[in-house]
Design a protein around this ligand. Structure first.
Ligand SMILES: [Zn+2]
Length: 205
């Protein structure tokens, strides 16, 4: 069998999302072959990230500074808060370059199974921000899954008294998306969220 150090490495790699025991062995071999160029640099990057990257106490984003670069940026529109499930949702919105407000990262969805309640998701922290900051709109951008929708409902109810506008991301057909490639959920949501583009001669009853 392999040396204990190698077994440990493979077992740890196999626990990473998207990797199983087979791909973990492949990654371990690749790293050992590229000891200087990959393995030692990766080890240094892991240690540095573990030491320096922290959750922003205001929004839950991950960054090396506190508050995070988005909360600290005076150019961002502080009257808009976009509520997302995970930091990679925030990254996706940032890549689009379309959103110039700030965020609240939940770190998951409400789930009795995973022991995630309102406290873990920082809902009170979000309510506190609504009291302290001048916020005009909260955009709920949780995913279109059952858990995502349930969480959005819960947050909307909790915020009802303190937020002027609560909006929800529209879900639908992606630009350039062909209908026959869409899953039923996306197609159903797109159909439900349809908007009239022209009124017909006969008004719908
Ligand atoms: Zn932040």
């Amino acid at each position: 069998m392999a040396a204990p150090a190698l077994e440990d490495l493979i077992q740890l790699l196999a626990r990473l999302p998207g990797l199983g025991p087979r791909s973990a062995r492949r990654v371990a071999l690749h790293l050992l072959k590229q000891r200087e160029t990959s393995m030692q640099r990766l080890a240094a990057a892991l240690a540095k990230a573990a030491r320096e990257v922290r959750r922003c106490s205001a929004c839950g984003n991950l960054d090396g500074q506190e508050p995070c670069w988005i909360c600290a940026d005076p150019e961002r529109d502080g009257s808009l808060i976009c509520v997302v499930e995970e930091v990679d949702d925030l990254w996706a919105l940032e890549r689009s370059g379309l959103f110039k407000g700030r965020y609240h990262v939940l770190g998951g969805t409400l789930s009795a199974l995973d022991g995630l309640g309102p406290e873990e998701l920082g809902i009170d922290r979000l309510l506190g921000r609504l009291e302290r900051e001048r916020i005009a709109e909260v955009i709920l951008a949780t995913s279109a899954t059952v858990d995502g929708q349930t969480t959005a409902h819960y947050i909307a109810e909790r915020l009802a008294a303190s937020s002027p506008v609560i909006s929800r991301l529209a879900h639908g057909v992606p630009i350039g998306g062909e209908l026959n490639y869409l899953d039923d959920g996306t197609l159903g949501a797109a159909l439900k969220a349809r908007r009239p583009i022209q009124r017909g001669p006969v008004e719908p009853a």
